[in-house]
Design a protein around this ligand. Sequence first.
Ligand SMILES: [Zn+2]
Length: 525
Amino acid sequence: MAILCISFYKRRRKAVYQALYRKWRSRTFDEIVGQNNITSVLKKQTAEDRVSHAYLFCGTRGTGKTSSAKILAKAVNCEKPSNGNPCNDCYCCRSIDNATATDVLEIDAASNNRVADVRELIDEVVYPPSILKKRVYIIDEVHMLSDSAFNALLKTLEEPPEYVLFILATTELNQLPPTIISRCMRFDFKRIEPEILTGLLREITNKENIGINDDALQLISRLADGSARDAISLLDACSSGRGENDTLTLEQIQSQLGITNNDTIISLFGAIADKNVPQALLLIGQVHKSSKDLSVFMVDLIAFVRDLLIAKSLPSERERYLHERFFFSASAAGMLNGLLEAFTTEMLLYYSSVLEESLNSMGRFTVNKKTFFELTVIKLCDLSLSENPKALLARISELEKKLTEGSPSPRKTEPKITPLPNPPLIKEKKEAEERQLAAFPEILEELKPQADIYSLVRMTRMYEKDDSVIVYGDKFVLSILNQNNNIKMLESAVKSATGKAYTITFKEKSGICEDNTLLIDEITV
Ligand SMILES: [Zn+2]
């Protein structure tokens, strides 16, 4: 999710970055959000004229480091500072703002990291500022300097002339030599709380006349992951295509950023809890239609199951955790609590393993993702479809749960969960005059152009008896193959491969099949 957002943000960056983020860049310490403990110290120091000679601002991107550095540069030079804040109106403030002040130098260490660059800078340090009170060096991404460049800087940092102020900023404190860190007054900028970002965004949308509802703003704030810059840029990107009187909704933002609506995920798991296969398939159809990438959706489902697991293990914190993690409508909230009750931990662990396995296979298969997704969900709806030990555990825990709840009437689908009939193993089939169909490889070859069918048929075994070909396979595989068009395709492939017109019948491979491991190996090749 986050990757999608960042790439979206990057794509839009050129068009919108200049607009809202530049416009709303903080210009005083009081306007910096979420870093009160830092800005209050800086304000006090400038107000009392007790500014240090070197500062180190560290923290993740977009948390206010560069803005604070610029404000500090203005505050120490301002002609009419107020309570430690720059006035933003005097000649000094304006010249720093429009980057014409020759005494304030901003250096991007990422592109000026050589020792020669630092020497050039140090050579100038000996001259007093030409116009302003202090010459300020703002070195951004300072961790990018080479070792020799750091060494060159070190001596000046130790004993700079009193008219010089160094402000170093970095996102990677661990890459700085300790000697540099120890010579600076260090401030750690923390990630900004989502609630604070929401407040900031609300202020901007009010002033910019951007219609957007609270849920949508909260989503943007959380996606920004503590960065005010990302939050404003995302808001800008999301609102740029909107009509003048439109109000942006949570759904619109989710669809723009390619994020699954949690209501859909919750409904899907509701259908899985009810073992309602048609409803689950319908929901997948909707997601597919919305042109969302199904692999991404699968990742969202895995994350959701993980969150349910965590929520289950945190009974006292559950409410808060769910609120922080999910965006959903009020109706979905009730359903979510129902899900937590309906699923046992074992069931959730099983869901998670099936989903992860499917995600892996999805990446390797050329098979139609939608078909594969449908098979996975059918598997999730009916625990009896898998002989995997985790599924058995999940089934046992589901039955135990029903017993402790004293549920007298089993679900309609209960027969699927009751012990399976004596497993008709493949060995038995051989005895009953069924012969393995020798032309199976040729049939597969015939089907290769139909990638979906091909990969499903690979999961089956074919036997012949009289004039019919019996296809053995898992219930969920057969349910797809046993559809008119697919049967025709199979018949024609069998005919081409064997030269004989067989009728096709399907038999469920139940019980613990000796070929099971073999089949799984093949699937995951
Ligand atoms: Zn000023």
